[in-house]
Design a protein around this ligand. Structure first.
Ligand code: URA
Length: 185
């Protein structure tokens, strides 16, 4: 583990720990406020993110941004990252060994950001961070506290593109996040 961002970012620059390195255009490291109270964790970069090197810039990210602005959450006050930092082919779910190979980078990011709240966007984030025993359908919308961090599992924003009904639940989950964030002030 690194105790500063420069060394951590340096350490990932030519990462070849898993086969996702073979087709990547960019490593999508993470973006946002490095002292954020709230960290958002997604699954892995899609095509737009791979091209730009920034998480959640595609359709799903734009939808998430709309929810942020509707709720008065600013992207600049959050830190956003993914379970894997290179794009899985055809946006498939990252394999266990790909997630395992990449997770230490994310753990290091969490240690450096020291968030009070972590929003787990979808099943891949939930299972890799809190454990395989969790399911997104039953876990979403409920706070889970572990080692002084509050976790809020919610839908992945791409799921909202496929199912309109999930939007309201996503919105309500983020509203809880905003409320807790304000309490922490
Ligand atoms: N989906 C994710 O999980 N992460 C991104 O960065 C983009 C889409």
């Amino acid at each position: 583990m690194y105790d500063n961002w420069e060394e951590l970012e340096q350490s990932i620059m030519d990462c070849r720990k898993c086969k996702l390195c073979q087709n990547r255009i960019n490593i999508v490291f993470g973006v946002g406020n490095k002292e954020a109270k709230v960290m958002m964790i997604g699954e892995g970069p899609g095509a737009d993110e791979d091209r730009q090197g920034i998480p959640f810039v595609g359709k799903a990210g734009q939808l998430m941004n709309k929810a942020f602005s509707g709720l008065g959450l600013k992207r600049e006050e959050l830190y956003i990252a993914n379970i894997v930092k290179c794009r899985p082919p055809s946006n498939r779910v990252p394999e266990a060994e790909e997630a395992e190979a990449c997770l230490n980078y994310l753990r290091n990011q969490v240690i450096l950001v020291k968030p009070k709240i972590i929003v787990l966007l979808g099943s891949t984030a939930l299972k890799n961070i809190l454990g395989k025993e969790y399911g997104i359908t039953s876990a979403r919308g409920r706070w889970i506290e572990k080692k002084e961090i509050w976790y809020m599992p919610t839908w992945h924003p791409a799921a909202l593109l496929r199912d309109e009904n999930k939007k309201i639940e996503f919105w309500n989950d983020l509203k809880q996040v905003r409320e807790k964030m304000n309490q922490e002030n």
